[in-house]
Design a protein around this ligand. Structure first.
Ligand SMILES: [Zn+2]
Ligand SMILES: [Zn+2]
Length: 647
């Protein structure tokens, strides 16, 4: 018997669905060579069941394998991880006694965390030069498999690495090191073959970060950077970044006095000021109109429940770490992280016939989730937020028509705000509750809704929640950034847990299916996204201050107030300060007020107004009534009555 015959074989699945048989100890790279020598030599890394791994990683039977070359989307991620290593190498060349923490790639680049590092923004240029030299030197990046004992000896001066090592040691007998020139790091990889393969690196900023994101740990120094294959890509990125900073909702929120998050009131707990609440109220009213027309009933539930409810809903076992839980006397309570259990409890308090269904409950429900403090940021990551939540209780055969109606509502919302969107259907995962029959039926109905909707969608096989399939929306804002949007989630689990029933035509008890849906998702994230999408220049219907009246001189102040009274159906202010007209115009512009009404002696004599818009177009001799009509029409047009409600 020849040697190859005795070798055990495994099969991996390639992206085209075909199987590739290889020796049981074959690596990702071996597989690539098996497919073709060209691909073998181009291999940078691999993906095994979706996880990015080193090309030296052995494959296993049944794994889905993807070969990563410098043509793959993931290549940038690999290169940026290598750039993070160059940063750490440069830092250790310039500073003594620095302790290394972690240095992963991110969506936009990479970072590396250091302890005992005293560094300023001014020092970044010198580090960038050092990195450029490391790239220029074109060090080979070598991977080495090391026993835990050897690793411990090599990391003797690195307390954070030792902490990580002790965790790896629980799962494996060996770890890997990557070295380049005189420098090495405990690291799982993957990396490019040599430092010369890294294009251009730019260091972006310095921030504080807690070790492992836990505020009880040491605050370390994090240096952020990014890397691209060439200078042009970097320039494009920096331009987009600058545009994003100009639109930063925290800065605009402060300038427009929309909201604040204060130390004294607590982290991740936003306070909405009058201007901010004005915008939120318009958003609330808009979905309330949609909900009422679509047959939803509003309900209200408190912010806190006894933990009995969280046991019943399953949140206590599965979600406890993210909940605020506390004792009152002998009872335990928890702030609600989701609104669904409250709505299920309302449904459960009745007996229902099949004729009553679907039941649709809506609530602007405040929820509380204990995110790590280090992760909190403006309105995008918060502890307290409000969901424009809706829960439907439907008969299994009603899934299609109900989801269809929800999809229409969601797409109308997204179109109202000029947001492009993408959709994906997430299907049954390996571990799930509910019968095959109900899953198949539900997925079929969702697919047929998506097909008839006419918009392209992806299918994310096995990505559904264990309790039901879902449709996810992602939208793109004015500068091309993608945001998680609304979802439509089917749920076969909660009706079981709450023992929800209706009496069917057959006089037997049946389980309804629960549908969770939100049109905006969280108000906080949606509001944040709108601020950045519009750069604070909200459409007229949302603008906190819609019209500002500017008297040319103090002599026209009385007339200015009389004009403002004429516009009291709108959000109008008078700039009565003793200041020049130029300054008042500038202030209104900076405050992002959509329209300025300018009144001087001429306007007062004729009983009319001059109007100036955000684009600095000015019109004279405008009649007050005509401009009112103009404003009403503009608001009506922007706050579009969705088509499906008009018929
Ligand atoms: Zn690394
Ligand atoms: Zn829900």
């Amino acid at each position: 018997m020849s040697e190859s015959d005795s070798q055990e074989q495994v099969a991996v699945v390639l992206p085209d669905g075909s199987a590739l048989e290889v020796d049981a100890d074959a690596t990702v790279e071996d597989c690539a060579y098996e497919i073709g020598p060209g691909l073998g030599s181009d291999t940078v890394a691999g993906k095994l069941d979706g996880d990015l791994v080193a090309k030296e990683q052995p494959v296993y039977d049944g794994a889905e394998l993807e070969i990563i070359t410098d043509q793959s989307e993931e290549y940038l991620e690999v290169m940026r991880h290598s750039a993070a290593h160059c940063l750490a190498q440069a830092v250790e060349r310039h500073y003594d006694d620095v302790d290394l923490a972690i240095g992963p790639p991110t969506d936009e680049g990479f970072y590396y965390d250091f302890d005992n590092l005293d560094v300023d923004e001014e020092d970044l240029a010198a580090l960038e030069d050092e990195i450029a030299e490391i790239i220029e030197a074109d060090y080979e990046i070598e991977r080495e498999e090391v026993s835990i004992d050897d690793a411990e000896a090599r990391l003797a001066d690195e307390p954070y690495k030792l902490e990580l090592l002790s965790e790896f040691a629980e799962e494996a007998d060996t770890v890997t090191f990557y070295s380049q020139g005189e420098w090495e790091d405990l690291c799982a990889g993957p990396h490019v073959d040599s430092t010369g393969e890294i294009g251009v690196v730019e260091l972006l900023e310095i921030a504080g970060a807690y070790w492992r994101g836990d505020e009880d740990n040491t605050m370390q120094t994090r240096i952020y950077g990014t890397a691209f294959e060439d200078e042009g890509d970097l320039e494009d990125f920096l331009e987009r970044k600058q545009e994003a900073e100009k639109r930063d909702h925290r800065r605009i929120g402060n300038e427009m006095d929309l909201f604040s998050i204060q130390d004294v009131t607590g982290p991740g707990l936003p306070l909405y000021h009058p201007a901010g609440k004005t915008v939120l109220k318009e958003l609330e009213d808009f979905v309330e109109d949609l909900n009422k027309d679509a047959g939803y009933d509003y309900v209200e539930t408190p912010h806190v429940f006894k933990t009995d409810l969280w046991h019943r809903s399953g949140h206590y076992e599965n979600y406890q770490d993210d909940m605020f839980i506390f004792d009152v006397g002998d009872d335990e309570f928890g702030l609600k992280p989701m609104n669904c259990p409250g709505h299920a409890a309302i449904f459960q308090d009745h007996s229902w016939s099949y004729r009553d269904l679907p039941i649709r409950y809506a609530e602007n429900g405040k929820v509380y989730r204990k995110e790590q403090r280090g992760e909190l940021s403006g309105l995008s990551r918060v502890w307290a937020f409000t969901i424009d939540d809706g829960h439907l209780f439907v008969r299994p055969e009603q899934i299609k028509s109900e989801v269809e109606a929800i999809m229409d509502m969601i797409t109308d919302v997204l179109e109202t705000f000029d947001l492009e969107y993408e959709m994906a259907l997430a299907t049954r995962p390996e571990k799930s509750v509910g019968s095959d029959e109900i899953w198949d039926r539900a997925e079929e109905q969702l697919e047929s809704v998506l097909d008839s909707h006419g918009h392209e969608y992806d299918i994310e096989e096995g990505d559904g929640a264990f309790y039901g399939p879902k449709i996810d929306f992602a939208f793109e804002d004015a500068i091309g950034r993608s945001w998680d949007g609304p979802t439509v989630q089917l749920d076969f689990n909660m009706p079981e847990r709450f023992d929800l029933n209706y009496v069917g035509e057959d006089n037997e008890e049946h389980r309804p299916v629960m549908i969770h849906r939100a049109l905006y998702g969280s108000y906080e994230r949606f509001f944040m996204m709108l601020i950045e999408h519009y750069e604070g220049r909200f459409p007229l219907w949302l603008a906190p201050e819609q019209v500002r009246v500017l008297p040319i001189s103090d002599d026209n102040l009385g007339y200015a107030h009389r004009v403002a009274n004429e516009f009291d159906d709108f959000r109008v202010e008078v700039d009565g300060r003793d200041s020049t007209l130029e300054r008042k115009i500038r202030a209104a512009h900076d405050d992002r007020v959509p329209y300025q009404i300018i009144v001087g002696d001429n306007e007062e004599a004729d009983g009319n107004i001059s109007v100036r818009d955000r684009f600095e177009d000015q019109e004279y001799d405008v009649e007050i009534e005509a401009f009112k009509t103009h404003l009403e029409d503009e608001i009506e047009e922007q706050r579009t009555e969705p088509d499906f409600l008009q018929d």
